[in-house]
Each structure stands twice: as structure tokens, then as C-alpha cells.
Design a protein around this ligand. Structure first.
Ligand code: IPD
Ligand code: CA
Ligand code: CA
Length: 271
């Protein structure tokens, strides 16, 4: 195995490719976008643009980083001979994209030895000319070059909390049951439709915290690094790492109370 690369070099690659994929998606959005097929349920749509974006990312990674591994939502899966694996959501927020809502993004993370060390969440339709969140492990989090610091809220009752819902009826039913416990205990809830951008919004402090169950690595890999580098505590259920069970990003003082609330009856949120 060769020497592991500098996170800044990986970030540059991620940024270059995320911008190219973002341009493809933005151009694609000027035409008609249709749900081409469905995945886990009738509401879990995939468009031709999800697939075209992933194909572009895979091709460009092959050119710029031959030998690196890849895990992509739309099926790209290759082993790494360099120690670097890319984790890619080629279009996070597909339903927003379909409906012309601006909260959608290309999410690209670089993982080395199981740790994400660089990540980009690029949202071409957000904030007029587009918005790009970046982070490297130990190097801080940025929005379009400006340093991000998350909320320092200490009271759960004053927290604005974002969450999301999966696509299957069973998971949604369980998620709503959990939500009924959360809503009375927080300032309010937001559901914006792209997990990567929810994590970046928490990093930016325009939300206090975010949680969601059922996320896949491509939904949270880059955004979770942005949130952690902005000073938030990021983790999972019962002291575990962030994962499919649960992803929480919250100010240190809120992390415990929020995860305790979410864990009150873990069986209630299983599908
Ligand atoms: C979805 C979005 C959504 C979240 C779902 C994800 P997709 O990703 O991030 O906000 O609630 O859990 O699956 O399907 O738009 O890539
Ligand atoms: Ca996603
Ligand atoms: Ca996606």
C-alpha cells in the first residue's frame, strides 16, 4: 500500500468532481425530470440523473484517483488498493430535485482506514449561485470558504431539531412514533429532505441539532464530518458510532439528552 494521501489533496479531488456532477444535475434540472424507477418502496424514486451523476463521479475518480475504492448509492462498488475509499451520494434529496425544491446536493467523502478524513456537500441550487460545504479531519468545516461553528445551545427545550424519514411504510410509522416523543420536548422540528444538507445546516448553526435513523453511509459520510468539524458531537445510539441505527449531530450539551430521548424505547423505532 502506498503512502496515504493528504486530506487536502483528497478534498480537492472531491471538490472538482462534486462541481462537475453538480453542473450535470443543474443542467439536467432545466429539462423534464421524471422518476424512472423505484427502489425500496414506491416513494423511493430514482431518476436518470441520479445514475448519470454517479457514472460521472465514478469515471472521474477512476481518472484522478486510480486504485481507490468506491461505494456509491446507485451501485458503484469497487475495492481499494490504495487504502482510500470514496463514499458517494450522487444526488441526495432526489425528491426535492424532482419537485424543483433547492435542497439537493452531491455528497462525496474520502475514507481512510474506516475514518472519513475529507468531505464535500455541494448544493448547486442553494443560495442563488450554489453552496458548497467542505471539511477535512482536524482542519475545520467551511461553507463557501467561511469557517463554520455549530450551535452552542444547552437546553433541549430551546433546540430547533431537523430529522428525516425513510421510504418504507414500516420505517416511517416507527419514525413518527419517535417524533411524537421528540416534538413536545424541543422548540420545533424541521424536515428539509436531504440528510447531507441537514448535517451541514446543523454545522452552520441554522439548526441546533439533527437526528435520523436508517441512513446509509452515503447519506451521512461527508455531512457528518462537516458537522463534527464545526464543533458538534456526532454519534449513534447507545454510545455507538453514527450508523444505520441512528445518526445524531448536536451541540455537546444536547447530545446526551437527545440520544437518551431517542433511545427511550428502541424497539418502537425498528422496522
Ligand atoms: C434521502 C434524503 C432524506 C432522508 C432519507 C434519505 P435520497 O436520500 O437524504 O432527507 O430522510 O433517509 O434516503 O434518497 O434523496 O438520496
Ligand atoms: Ca441520500
Ligand atoms: Ca441519493
Amino acid at each position: 500500500m502506498s503512502d496515504l494521501p493528504d486530506p487536502d489533496i483528497l478534498l480537492d479531488v472531491a471538490l472538482t468532481i462534486a462541481r462537475e456532477a453538480g453542473e450535470l444535475l443543474a443542467r439536467g434540472r432545466e429539462g423534464t425530470v421524471a422518476a424512472e424507477s423505484t427502489k425500496s418502496s414506491p416513494t423511493d424514486v430514482v431518476t436518470a440523473l441520479d445514475r448519470a451523476s454517479e457514472a460521472l463521479v465514478a469515471r472521474r475518480l477512476g481518472e484522478l484517483r486510480p486504485g481507490d475504492g468506491l461505494l456509491g448509492e446507485e451501485g458503484a462498488d469497487s475495492a481499494s488498493s490504495t487504502g482510500v475509499r470514496w463514499i458517494v451520494d450522487p444526488l441526495d434529496g432526489t425528491v426535492n430535485y424532482l419537485y424543483r425544491l433547492p435542497n439537493w446536493a452531491v455528497s462525496i467523502a474520502a475514507e481512510v482506514n474506516g475514518e472519513v478524513i475529507a468531505g464535500v456537500v455541494h448544493a448547486p441550487a442553494l443560495g442563488g449561485a450554489g453552496t458548497t460545504f467542505t471539511a477535512t479531519r482536524g482542519g475545520g468545516a467551511l461553507r463557501d470558504g467561511s469557517v463554520l461553528t455549530g450551535s452552542t445551545e444547552t437546553e433541549l427545550s430551546r433546540a430547533l431539531v431537523a430529522t428525516g424519514f425513510g421510504y418504507t411504510v414500516a420505517r416511517r410509522t416507527a419514525q413518527v412514533a419517535v417524533l411524537t416523543r421528540v416534538v413536545p420536548r424541543v422548540r420545533d422540528i424541521r424536515r428539509m429532505g436531504a440528510a447531507s444538507l441537514d448535517l451541514c445546516a446543523a454545522a452552520e448553526g441554522v439548526l441546533d441539532a439533527y437526528y435520523e435513523r436508517g441512513l446509509k453511509p452515503w447519506d451521512h459520510a461527508a455531512g457528518a464530518l462537516v458537522a463534527a468539524e464545526a464543533g458538534l458531537r456526532v454519534g449513534g445510539l447507545l454510545g455507538r458510532r453514527a450508523g444505520e441505527d441512528l445518526v445524531v449531530a448536536a451541540p455537546p450539551a444536547l447530545f446526551g439528552p437527545l440520544t437518551d430521548l431517542l433511545a427511550e424505547d428502541p424497539r418502537a423505532d425498528r422496522d
